[in-house]
Design a protein around this ligand. Structure first.
Ligand SMILES: C[S@@+](CC[C@H](N)C(=O)[O-])C[C@H]1O[C@@H](n2cnc3c(N)ncnc32)[C@H](O)[C@@H]1O
Ligand SMILES: *[C@@H]1O[C@H](CO)[C@@H](O)[C@H](O)[C@H]1NC(C)=O
Length: 245
């Protein structure tokens, strides 16, 4: 099986050789950092956000329970992308966004303009592995959706998330993950991963992100595995839930 994965992988990589050559020359990164925000804005809605709306509505329905004594919820979204989650946040919620790719900014500000029920604070261009711009224990809720698949270091991000949350604050997440190793879907995830990784800006199809979450130092973890109602089987296996500091 492993040999079949290797051979098919090679075939797929040869088919998209120009992309790998551009990558070797260091030019692919420049292209994908610009292409990806455009792709998320134009295709995110029809390929993902529509199908996941009811799950997001359910997941984010109790955000307000984590508001501080003033009743204002302070929320940090890490890897915010185009701001696709804004409409699910409770009215008056104070939102800070972090993303390492500055090319998301124009789409993000469009979302800000469309979501007047929120109090938008600022957009910080930084990776989640080092969020020194955000003080210890300063936020009620951190949200990451479709981010753990793309980050360099999941442990570091979760460590940072834990640091910026106040005690009793919560981390909300939705991520696509590796399928069960015995499935054909996992086989194709492995075959297509190197190409997928290049096309979708470092997104990895075969991560077992639930393991990192289970090992992080949260006091409570509510995590569910589902097959998401998406048309592309490769990204159907999902985890979602909430962890409390
Ligand atoms: C698939 S997009 C998801 C965007 C958005 N959260 C959503 O659900 O539509 C992945 C996002 O993670 C961001 N990202 C990549 N590496 C990151 C890192 N190390 N720390 C924080 N965000 C990162 C990307 O720039 C991109 O905006
Ligand atoms: C994707 O994640 C898997 C599992 O963590 C790892 O073995 C693999 O090397 C990663 N692939 C890339 C292209 O980073």
């Amino acid at each position: 099986m492993m040999l079949a994965v290797q051979v098919l992988r090679l075939v797929v990589c040869i088919l998209v050789l120009p992309m790998f050559l551009l990558n070797l020359l260091g030019m692919w990164r420049w292209i994908s950092k610009r292409f990806f925000p455009y792709f998320m804005k134009e295709f995110g809605v029809i390929l993902y956000n529509k199908q996941m709306a009811s799950l997001k509505r359910e997941l984010f329905s109790n955000l307000q329970e984590f508001a501080g004594p003033s009743g204002k919820l302070s929320l940090l979204e890490v890897g915010c992308g185009t701001g696709a989650n804004f409409k699910f946040y409770s009215p008056g919620c104070r939102v800070t966004c972090i993303d390492p790719n500055p090319n998301f900014e124009k789409y993000l500000f469009k979302s800000v303009a469309e979501n007047r029920h929120l109090q938008f604070e600022r957009f910080v261009v930084a990776a989640g592995e080092n969020m020194h711009q955000v003080a210890d224990g300063s936020v009620d809720v951190v949200v990451c959706t479709l981010v753990l698949c793309s980050v360099n270091n999941q442990e570091k991000i979760l460590h940072e998330v834990h640091r910026v949350l106040r005690p009793g604050g919560a981390y909300y997440f939705i991520d696509h993950v590796a399928d069960e190793p015995s499935t054909w879907n996992y086989f194709w995830q492995q075959v297509l991963n190197p190409v997928w990784f290049l096309v979708f800006d470092g997104c990895n199809l075969t991560r077992e992100s639930w393991k990192t979450l289970e090992q992080a130092s949260f006091s409570k973890l509510k995590l569910q595995h589902i097959q998401a109602p998406l048309s592309l089987p490769l990204v159907q296996p999902h985890i979602y839930g909430c962890a409390v500091k």
